[in-house]
Design a protein around this ligand. Structure first.
Ligand code: 2NL
Length: 368
């Protein structure tokens, strides 16, 4: 071989020295590219095999391939050694203090409406009620007709209903339920009495101002059994409101009213007193320091509604009531802007929200 051209052996020694001297993984990778990369020295040497005569190739081939093998083996070995060194260094220098408190995990909060729904479920469970749910898209019959609200009834207009273009089997437009009453209709049609349910959920009316949002939450209650009368209604609501507002001095006033689905119907007012300039439910209301606040609608289920669900009204009676959940949440937790409920502002949610897995704030159950 001509002088000045390094022998394969010298090249091998040179590359092995360079690889052995690489101080870290990045330096080693540079050597790998310089030797075995597309433009690398060893790669270049391999390419020269193509231009040789068969005899030259037979003589040089094993040496050049041997070089390539030696270089890539050395790179592999050096890489393993550097990685092991790296690990040893980290094990020697990095420490983990297992006694430090864990970093706080991002935590959401429970919306006041969800909190109140949980509280309602808990209180009424103690009274033997279960929670019933149903679809938010309903048909005209379950939302209106079965509830003794006929086609021409002004209550249909009063409800400011959202209608869909899609129609049911009778050709009537489907709608967003305007109350959760259709859930009770479904329950009466599918279960035998005695029935004791509450139906909490989203309801919809085309109404929007400071005290109305197009979507709102309602809870309705229904009891169907033999010999049910308004005394059961009043006791149930009184027991519920005392547990919910955590006060024993809640006073109820039933005022005659009208709903198509109940007869007789009663508006339920709750006495409030003024405490530090705020209306607080409870206490004996007198005109100087309080009054009556309308909180619920209620009544004895109209015999026509019972009959529409396939039950005999001479055998089965019941009471029902309805109430806004958003309103209950505002009263219990001192929130004064309804629209902020559904803005999705994280600051509001953090302020008024509740910790998940916390026990609903009840005084200790209905029996306590
Ligand atoms: C109100 C009034 C009320 C009912 C809802 C009801 C349901 C069936 C049968 C009879 Cl299936 N009644 N629900 C009864 C009276 C009043 O709600 O002002 N809600 C906010």
């Amino acid at each position: 071989m001509a002088s000045g051209t390094p022998t394969i052996e010298a090249m091998t020694n040179d590359w092995l020295a360079r690889i052995g001297a690489a101080v870290d993984l990045a330096a080693l990778d540079s050597e790998r590219v310089a030797a075995l990369g597309k433009q690398g020295a060893v790669t270049g040497l391999l390419k020269t095999l193509g231009g040789m005569t068969p005899e030259e190739r037979q003589a040089q081939g094993p040496h050049i391939h041997g070089l390539r093998e030696a270089v890539s083996e050395a790179i592999g070995a050096r890489k393993a050694a550097l990685e092991a060194e790296d690990l040893d260094r980290r094990l020697a220098t990095e420490t983990l203090d297992m006694t430090l408190p864990a970093a706080p995990a991002a935590e959401g909060s429970v919306h006041p409406v969800s909190q109140v729904m949980d509280e309602l479920a808990e209180i009424f469970a103690d009274l033997g009620f279960s929670v019933a749910t149903g679809p938010e898209i309903e048909d005209d019959w379950r939302n209106f007709t079965a509830l003794n609200i006929p086609e021409s009834h002004p209550a249909r207009a009063m409800h400011d209903t959202f209608y869909f273009d899609e129609v049911d089997a009778e050709g009537r437009k489907m709608l967003l339920r305007t109350h959760t009453s259709p859930v009770q209709i479904r329950t009466m049609m599918s279960q035998q009495p005695p029935i004791r349910i509450i139906a909490p959920g989203r309801t919809y009316r085309s109404d929007s101002d400071a005290t109305h949002t197009p979507m709102f939450h309602q809870v309705e209650g229904l009891v169907i059994d033999r010999g049910i009368h308004m005394g059961h209604l009043k006791w149930t609501l009184e027991t519920f409101l005392k547990a919910f507002f955590e006060r024993d001095d809640i006073v109820l006033r039933l005022r005659p009213s009208y709903f198509p689905f109940t007869e007789p119907s009663a508006e339920v007012d709750v006495g409030f007193t003024m405490e530090k300039g705020r209306r607080v439910l409870g206490g004996s209301p007198n005109p100087d320091n309080g009054g009556w606040m309308e909180l619920l609608g209620s009544g004895m289920v109209h015999p026509r509604v019972i009959a529409a669900c396939g039950l005999d009204p001479d055998e089965w009676q019941g009471f029902a009531f309805g109430c806004g959940i958003d309103r209950l949440a505002m009263l219990k937790y001192g929130i004064d802007d309804l629209r902020a409920f559904f803005d999705g502002d994280l600051r509001w949610l953090k302020h008024y929200g509740f910790r998940s897995l916390d026990v609903p704030t009840l005084s200790g159950g209905v029996g306590a």
